[in-house]
Design a protein. Structure first.
Length: 271
């Protein structure tokens, strides 16, 4: 039976993600411009990232004033309730800036340091993914009703479709490109979607066999990682470790371990 607290957290996350998604989709100015940069001059943040995070944190704080926050655009507070919200208000900012559809709102709730609720809203696809720890993963979209998610049946690695992403620091990107070059002959193919949260949800939905990326932050991973795991995927970082900035890997049970081993052999976690 689902913990009533987790149900409340899920309902609040769904509401916040939906409202932020509507703001981003309907409020995108025609002359949208870069408001700042993060890791490099091409790692953009827009005025809409900032507005969406303020909407999310304001709504949650109104209902749960004692909770903590960790947000990509600066929200940071410890809180006193044992619950912390990990928020990426706009995952895939460069896609959003260019008018590409693959961007997402990612909201996770942690209780005593463990992720218990995850919601990823992908407005331009009309899809909402969500999971509660131990309760499975589900989604709504163009199909009728709510769908229970399950990752793809196991495929041999050479038949696996795998997604990745690239860092915005030039030296890191060059190394990531070399890792991808070495992987491509060993896989069915590689995709680059531009949103870690969306990629993890696509693993959960059976649209990808695997995903990996270096340089992710907690807000990039928290919700999508839970959704993928609750759909039956395996996730981790370097062998024996949890996902981290060094490396994040997700995949079907048959793809995860061989992909993780190759990434370790190729040194995907360092320059």
């Amino acid at each position: 039976m689902t913990d009533p607290l987790h149900t409340d957290l899920l309902d609040l996350a769904l509401t916040a993600a939906r409202r932020a998604g509507e703001l981003l989709r309907d409020g995108r100015p025609a002359d949208l411009a870069v408001a700042a940069t993060k890791s490099s001059p091409i790692d953009a943040v827009t005025e809409m990232d900032i507005a969406a995070e303020k909407l999310i944190t304001g709504l949650i704080a109104e209902h749960r004033p004692d909770d903590g926050f960790l947000g990509e655009e600066g929200a940071s507070s410890e809180g006193s309730s044992g619950v912390r919200w990990v928020i990426d208000p706009l995952d895939g900012t460069v896609n959003y800036l260019y008018g590409l559809p693959t961007w997402a709102v990612s909201i996770a709730a942690e209780q005593d340091g463990e992720t218990v609720v995850g919601v990823v809203e992908i407005p331009m696809r009309g899809e909402t993914f969500h999971a509660v720890r131990g309760g499975g993963a589900r989604a709504t979209g163009a199909w009728e009703g709510e769908r229970t998610l399950a990752c793809r049946p196991t495929a041999p690695l050479d038949q696996a479709l795998v997604s990745t992403g690239f860092n915005y620091v030039t030296e890191v990107r060059a190394h990531q490109a070399d890792v991808a070059r070495r992987l491509i002959p060993l896989l069915r193919d590689i995709r680059r979607g531009g949103s870690a949260a969306a990629d993890l949800c696509d693993v959960a939905a059976g649209r990808l066999d695997g995903y990996f990326e270096r340089g992710l932050h907690p807000w990039d991973l928290a919700a999508g990682d839970l959704i993928a795991r609750e759909a039956g995927a395996l996730t981790g970082g370097r062998p024996g470790e949890r996902p981290s900035r060094e490396l994040a890997v997700a995949g079907t049970p048959g793809v995860f371990e061989p992909l993780q081993r190759l990434l370790e052999d190729f040194g995907a976690w360092h320059d």
